[in-house]
Design a protein around this ligand. Structure first.
Ligand SMILES: Cc1cc2nc3c(=O)[nH]c(=O)nc-3n(C[C@H](O)[C@H](O)[C@H](O)COP(=O)(O)OP(=O)(O)OC[C@H]3O[C@@H](n4cnc5c(N)ncnc54)[C@H](O)[C@@H]3O)c2cc1C
Length: 282
């Protein structure tokens, strides 16, 4: 059994940021346990060789793309402190709307967000990479899904499992769950059991954007911009309910769309060789 002062469960942005805060306060006696074999959680991206510069890898967001400094000041400060380069979402031009399945798409004046939605050069994955660079690798453990928390009054014992079913045990003074609450209820056992009202509240807490998945289409040129279109579209027909410009500055031209298809239907589809994936558990 490994003993540690603090155990963080979940290696998405919240868990990684918590680890960063601990290290900034001189606390190095912690472990961060992540179930998957990647960091970043819902911040997921697909890397492709740039069409314009074959030596460059373009990264396209499959999870979050935008941030809004005025609404997310803490995130804004983090991005600023990491020295990451930002740019505004391309919105100049008209948009296309498909109002009904049997109607031709109509061109109409595009929306302009104010303040603009901001993006990161290198995609949101650049944020995860930058936070990771500042953390001590020996404290970060991937492929360990926490299954059980047992509290004896003084310590919490965490039981985690890898893909082969091998169990590891950690003993911590404090545990931080950086996992969507609904997922905690579905995947982690508590001994003694947590009060029912807590479990019910967590079960009833929706995971933001959990029902969404993205599709990214890469093009040789941003042909829509040349036609005075922003790349933005809405469709009442689907399967992509909305579409936006996903081009990288100086990199590949691209559009991304969000599926308006329920997760259960998506999961029943055959996998395809493209950038679409479910970026979050339901
Ligand atoms: C398609 C999509 C688009 C989005 N767009 C935006 C956007 O434009 N702007 C924005 O601000 N937000 C957006 N979001 C929301 C944003 O992604 C999340 O709010 C944010 O990433 C949540 O981070 P987190 O660390 O709290 O959780 P998560 O990223 O969900 O991380 C939780 C981590 O815990 C791990 N985990 C789960 N259970 C266990 C366990 N038992 N043991 C160990 N590890 C476990 C998971 O594998 C995961 O890595 C979007 C989300 C999606 C899915």
């Amino acid at each position: 059994m490994q003993t540690t002062r603090i155990a963080i469960v979940g290696g998405g942005l919240a868990g990684l940021y918590a680890a960063r805060l601990l290290e900034q306060r001189g606390i190095h006696d912690y472990v961060l346990l992540e179930a998957r074999d990647t960091w970043g959680g819902r911040i997921a991206s697909a890397s492709l060789t740039s069409r314009s510069l074959p030596s460059v890898l373009d990264r396209f967001d499959l999870g979050p793309t935008w941030f809004w400094p005025a609404c997310q000041p803490q995130l804004d400060r983090l991005i600023h402190s990491l020295g990451l380069e930002r740019f505004a979402q391309h919105e100049g031009g008209d948009m296309v709307v498909e109002y009904a399945p049997n109607q031709a798409p109509a061109r109409t004046r595009g929306y302009v967000s104010s303040p603009p939605s901001m993006r990161l050069v290198g995609g949101m994955g650049a944020l995860i990479d930058a936070v990771l660079r500042g953390l001590e690798p020996k404290n970060l453990v991937m492929g360990q899904s926490v299954r059980r928390l047992r509290c004896d009054g003084r310590h919490v014992e965490l039981e985690s499992e890898d893909a082969q079913g091998q169990v590891r045990t950690y003993r911590a003074e404090h545990v931080l769950l950086a996992v969507p609450p609904r997922l905690v209820v579905a995947t982690i056992d508590f001994a003694p059991a947590l009060p029912e009202v807590v479990m019910r509240t967590w079960r009833d807490t929706a995971t933001w954007m959990a029902a969404h998945a993205k599709y990214v289409a890469i093009y040789d040129e941003p042909f829509w911009r040349e036609q005075g279109l922003s790349g933005e579209a809405r469709s009442a027909r689907g399967p992509l309910g909305e579409i936006h410009d996903a081009s990288m500055p100086g990199g590949s031209a691209a559009l991304f769309g969000c599926f308006g298809v329920p997760a259960r239907v998506r999961q029943s589809l055959l996998p395809t060789r493209c950038c679409a994936r479910t970026a979050a558990p339901n």
